[in-house]
Ligand binder design. Structure first.
Ligand SMILES: Cc1cc2nc3c(=O)[nH]c(=O)nc-3n(C[C@H](O)[C@H](O)[C@H](O)COP(=O)(O)OP(=O)(O)OC[C@H]3O[C@@H](n4cnc5c(N)ncnc54)[C@H](O)[C@@H]3O)c2cc1C
Length: 329
């Protein structure tokens, strides 16, 4: 789309350069498809292009994984099989979430290769799969402001509503830190969409930490992420009734999202159903029942892959992604 109100594109990652009428430009998949009036803001006059920031997409340390805001979906998808993980690949089973979350974009190869983790968080759509991933793993978002200001916000609190987040005008999302403690957890993933290869209507992630804490992260069904934590000693032994009670308390009716991709009542039903599936999966010993991935973008059940890990699911081809683009958009 032509952005005919733009007077300048400035290559910078310095929040001090930001002024009214500016927008940070990452992959551009939102800015260039919604145009200068994106999300009802005033017409944009300048784009501050992060393309030359040169931030390493992924940094792996003992304390966890640092994702640059400019890390693309394609770069993130490559992470689970990347050499940079070394022995940590085996120690961090929660990496199994990376590919299902990337696949949840159900996007074209253009979006896949250009859109960024930071752009997804900052767009703050309920069905933002990078939000699902980073919130579920207790990600911490580092936010930069003018004059060297720096703050950290839990990703679960970063998104505050449909298309809303905690960024003040001009603030820049620099990176997201995924802590090793969450990466070392056992995880379960569920996603549902109303239509084949459609946008997520409900996306839930369960995490069972080493200390026995059970964490549910609800996204897509709700306008913003909702997390439920069941501390030890109950943790994995949390009952179905306790889970229902916690969902009732945490998600009022008006928090369920309502758009063409699903009515609130359906999203609520699916949230309870998927949460109970996750509870049952993580209550059982690892591998019993086998890891179960729901969704509409993997091979059908009659041709199961040799392993059940999401890492072994086949990536769709560019052409099949392209044909699904309109539905996913
Ligand atoms: C066909 C299609 C399908 C899509 N499907 C989905 C979907 O299923 N789920 C979904 O959530 N989105 C979807 N999108 C929307 C979009 O592609 C994604 O949200 C994407 O991750 C945005 O990233 P980007 O890097 O392209 O952002 P950009 O377009 O560059 O920026 C988006 C917004 O975020 C701001 N921004 C970007 N980076 C930063 C930063 N580091 N700090 C502060 N502000 C920043 C920009 O100023 C702008 O307001 C889809 C888009 C298309 C075209």
């Amino acid at each position: 789309m032509d952005m005919n109100t733009i007077e300048a594109v400035v290559r910078t990652e310095d929040p001090a350069e930001w002024r009214d009428g500016d927008a940070w430009l990452a992959g551009g998949t939102v800015l260039f498809s919604y145009g200068s009036l994106a999300f009802g803001k005033e017409p944009l006059r300048r784009l501050l292009d992060l393309g030359a920031a040169g931030w390493p997409a992924v940094t792996v340390t003992e304390t966890g994984i640092e994702l640059a805001a400019t890390c693309t979906v394609a770069e993130l998808y490559a992470l689970p099989s990347s050499d940079v993980l070394g022995k940590r690949a085996a120690a961090w089973p929660a990496l199994n979430l990376v590919r299902p979350c990337c696949d949840s974009f159900v996007a074209s190869f253009k979006v896949w290769n250009m859109s960024t983790v930071g752009g997804n968080l900052c767009t703050s759509l309920p069905a933002g799969p990078m939000i699902s991933l980073c919130a579920a793993l207790d990600g911490g978002a580092t936010v930069l402001g003018p004059g060297g200001a720096r703050r950290t916000v839990p990703v679960a609190d970063f998104v505050t509503g449909d298309g809303k987040n905690c960024l003040a005008p001009g603030e820049l999302l620099r990176s997201i830190h995924l802590p090793a403690s969450a990466l070392a957890a056992r995880v379960a993933f569920r996603r549902l969409s109303l239509s084949n290869l459609g946008r997520s209507g409900a996306l839930l992630v369960g995490r069972l930490d080493a200390d026995g804490t059970l964490v549910f992260t609800v996204t897509a069904a709700t306008k913003r992420p909702v997390q439920l934590r069941f501390g030890a000693p109950h943790g994995a032994a949390t009952s179905a009734a306790a889970l229902i009670e916690a969902l009732d308390a945490a998600i009022p009716a008006e928090l369920y999202h309502n758009d063409i991709h699903g009515l609130p009542a359906w999203r609520k039903d699916m949230t309870y159903r998927l949460a109970e599936e996750i509870r049952a999966e993580l209550e059982a010993p690892a591998g019993i029942p086998p890891v179960h991935i729901s969704g509409d973008f993997w091979p059908p059940p009659q041709t199961p892959p040799p392993h059940t890990s999401p890492q072994h699911h086949t990536r769709r081809t560019a052409s099949s992604q392209a044909s699904s683009q309109q539905e996913g958009a």
